[in-house]
Design a binder for this molecule. Structure first.
Ligand code: PLP
Length: 380
């Protein structure tokens, strides 16, 4: 069936980005972060691309246990890290599906130990260290008790320590990131003094990978940059100015729809709910069959643009649940079912996730990850 809206996933660009990210590290393993349905790109399809390329990525990172299981059921053999909270009742699935959980609390660790002993099965875990984000993470004063517990549970192997930066993409000032890195080192030292080997420590997200090589350790966790988007303007600028070997990133996702109706209305006509727009001239409108249900933010009402026939067309009136209305008066010969670009590039125009994020007071991460997962993703 021909769809009214679809998302295109550019395979070459995804490969380009991951190769470039890998080139920034000195032999660190590369985790491809595919949480949130691969940031809206479709986890199954994104992973199908990386699995075809030998050596492109080393491991996968997901938030939800369910996503990890889905990857295993799709035949993925690489290490999979579950970064988010796992319900105590579901910890058994870590064994059944051979998953590495980033443990953040005592109850989870105790249960994993108990399961491992009962099953007589080895399991690798990571511990999340609180270094200053104050989100997940074990406090330093509680940390020795975790190590003690692991020592007394011979089936449980502490593979590595994990942390996450709070303030690396929102600023060009790296003071807080360096403060967190020092805290992280303190955790590593405590564990090493307790004879833990820690073969795979990891702390770096995209901005850290691109800006602070000393954060790379044994593995880096690339999310947004894999999809060809910069963590922020600050990250982009700092990388271009400070990196010895700056890289390019190419957006992987484009979002498209078609014209569902065309009509010309008279000057002085109102458009859409709330009558928030009134025409001053004779105006040709195109009605597009997508709306906020699809993940097209309602804050784009009267402010967003789309691309039709290589020209920008402005939104008129409010974004509706399943429709938007655009002014095509200045578009050369628009026709029913002409292709419309909501996010993406034509030969001379581009609507980026960042443009939409600026207009809707958010970040590119949210723009792409909130595109309705029911919309078909097509690899191009
Ligand atoms: C989402 C996430 C990442 C990836 O961050 P990006 O900025 O998208 O690269 C890395 N680590 C953790 C713990 C995350 O939750």
């Amino acid at each position: 069936m021909k769809n009214n809206t679809w998302v295109e996933i550019n395979k070459e660009n995804l490969i380009h980005n991951l190769r470039n990210i890998k080139s920034q590290t000195n032999n660190s393993k590369l985790m491809f972060v595919v949480k949130a349905n691969a940031y809206g790109h479709d986890i199954k399809k994104a992973v199908s691309i990386t699995e075809e390329q030998v050596g492109l990525v080393d491991t996968y990172g997901v938030h939800m246990l369910e996503s990890a299981i889905k990857l295993r059921e799709n035949g993925i053999k690489k290490d999979i890290y579950v970064l988010g909270y796992v319900n105590i009742n579901n910890l058994k699935y870590l064994f059944e599906y051979n998953l590495i959980h980033v443990v953040t609390n005592k109850e989870s660790l105790n249960k994993i130990c108990e399961l491992a002993k009962n099953r007589k099965e080895n399991i690798k875990i990571n511990l999340k260290c609180e270094t200053g984000t104050n989100r997940q993470g074990i406090l330093k004063e509680d940390f020795p008790a975790y190590l003690e517990k692991i020592k007394n549970c011979s089936y449980v192997k502490l593979e590595g320590l994990v942390s996450h930066f709070a303030n690396i993409e929102d600023t060009t000032d790296k003071t807080y990131a360096k403060y967190q890195l020092n805290k992280y080192e303190e955790f590593i030292n405590i564990a090493k003094n307790n004879n833990f080997e820690l073969p795979r420590n990891h702390i770096a997200c995209s901005a850290a990978i691109l800006l602070l090589p000393e954060t790379h350790y044994d593995m880096v966790r690339a999310g947004i940059s894999s999809y060809g988007l910069w963590s922020s303007k600050e990250t982009y600028l700092s990388h271009q100015f400070e990196s010895q070997t700056p890289i390019t990133l190419k957006p992987v996702l484009s979002w498209k729809t078609i014209i569902g109706q065309l009509k010309t209305i008279q000057p002085g006509s109102y458009i859409g709910y709330g009558c928030t727009y009134k025409t001053t001239n004779k105006t040709q409108l195109a009605i597009l069959p997508i709306g906020y249900y699809d993940g097209y933010d309602r804050k784009l009402s009267n402010s967003g643009y789309v691309i039709i026939n290589d020209k920008r067309a402005p939104l008129r009136g409010r974004v509706c649940m399943n429709m938007i209305i655009v002014d095509v008066t200045n578009i050369p010969e628009p026709k029913l079912e002409d292709e419309v670009i909501l996010i993406g590039k034509s030969s001379s125009e581009e609507i980026s996730a960042e443009e939409i994020a600026d207009k809707t007071n958010t970040i590119n991460y949210e723009v792409v990850s909130r595109i309705n997962p029911n919309i078909e993703r097509i690899i191009v």
